[in-house]
Design a protein around this ligand. Structure first.
Ligand code: SF4
Length: 315
């Protein structure tokens, strides 16, 4: 896009945002030009919590559908918009509420924990929610050794978290097709060119990839680690756009994606034009019934309670 057209678009978005009293949330995997117009960038839950604390009337979520739903669950009184209504998450779509109900019938005494990458419908069936940052801690703190635990939908995150605890976890076989494209042999190859680089990977990666990593981190964790580490080079195992915020916040350090194949097509559906249309025409609104909002809020609140307790004990 020509620079002057881009500038027009950016000014128009800023003007509309003011008129609508809107806040723009942008996930770390979004296109750089979309990240640059954000009020907040980050991971899905952090963004939704941030937005619920603002006095905005409207939230525009540049991400995928379950993220916008999470924002709506935490801010039911606000209008939540998603610029492209077809931006879904294949991993979240790997389990439906009915499938989870069937699983629960097979394990009537089990407690259920869902990764935040699930639909509001699925969250409504769960006891706890977790993020990639706190999955290990949630298994440790929210359950005891005798509990039977159903973990949905990500088999790689579940296996990683279970391997770090003594919990009995029944794992749903979902996964992220984007992170599954990151292969261990790519790490070995790129290490040859950057032997001193730290390897940090997302826990949605497969077990063999996780085994080769120096650090297993959520996207927010990667940003914190890169900032405080003395290393000058980092090999990054997650969606490729993560290189953008890492480089922007650490201009003196170098970041290399493990593979350029790790692109989430759904995250690339949102662009500045769609964001402008979203604010102009107030589309596409995320609508959830009050019943689903109240049911889906419980596992998120149960997680936030543990997070707050953990923060208190760290103080
Ligand atoms: S990167 Fe994976 S988990 Fe994230 S939105 Fe895309 S498909 Fe879903």
């Amino acid at each position: 896009m020509e620079d002057y057209l881009m500038d027009d678009l950016v000014s128009s978005i800023a003007k509309l945002k003011k008129e609508r009293n809107a806040v723009i949330l942008v996930h770390n995997y979004q296109l750089p030009e979309v990240q640059d117009v954000a009020d907040f960038t980050g991971d899905s839950l952090g963004l939704s919590i941030e937005a619920s604390n603002t006095s905005a009337d409207v939230i525009v979520f540049c991400g995928v559908h379950f993220m916008a739903e999470t924002a709506k669950i935490l801010s039911p009184q606000k209008t939540v918009l998603i610029p492209d209504s077809s931006a879904g998450c294949p991993m979240a779509d790997m389990i439906t509420r009915d499938q989870l109900k069937d699983l629960k019938k097979q394990h009537p005494n089990a407690k259920t924990i869902c990764y935040v990458n699930t639909s509001a419908d699925v969250k409504a069936e769960c006891d706890y929610c977790c993020t990639s940052a706190n999955a290990v801690e949630m298994l440790e703190k929210a359950f005891d050794e005798n509990d039977e635990i159903l973990f949905v939908p990500d088999k790689y995150l579940a296996s990683y978290a279970a391997s770090r605890t003594k919990r009995q976890v029944i794992i749903w076989q979902g996964y992220c097709p984007t992170h599954a494209k990151i292969l261990p042999e790519y790490i070995l190859e790129i290490k040859k060119d950057h032997p001193d680089a730290k390897v940090m990977v997302h826990p949605e990666c497969t077990g063999p990839v996780i085994q080769l990593a120096d650090e297993v981190l959520s996207t927010s964790g990667m940003l914190r680690y890169a900032k405080k580490s003395n290393a000058k080079e980092f090999i990054v195992g997650t969606e490729v756009e993560m290189i953008y915020p890492l480089s922007k916040q650490n201009p003196e350090k170098k970041f290399y994606p493990i593979t350029d194949l790790a692109v989430c097509p759904n995250m690339k559906k949102t662009n500045l034009q769609k964001l402008e249309i979203s604010l102009k025409n107030m589309v596409h609104e995320v609508v959830l019934s009050p019943e689903i909002i109240s049911q889906a809020k419980k596992p998120i609140e149960n997680m936030i309670k543990f997070r707050d307790q953990a923060q208190l004990t760290k103080k």
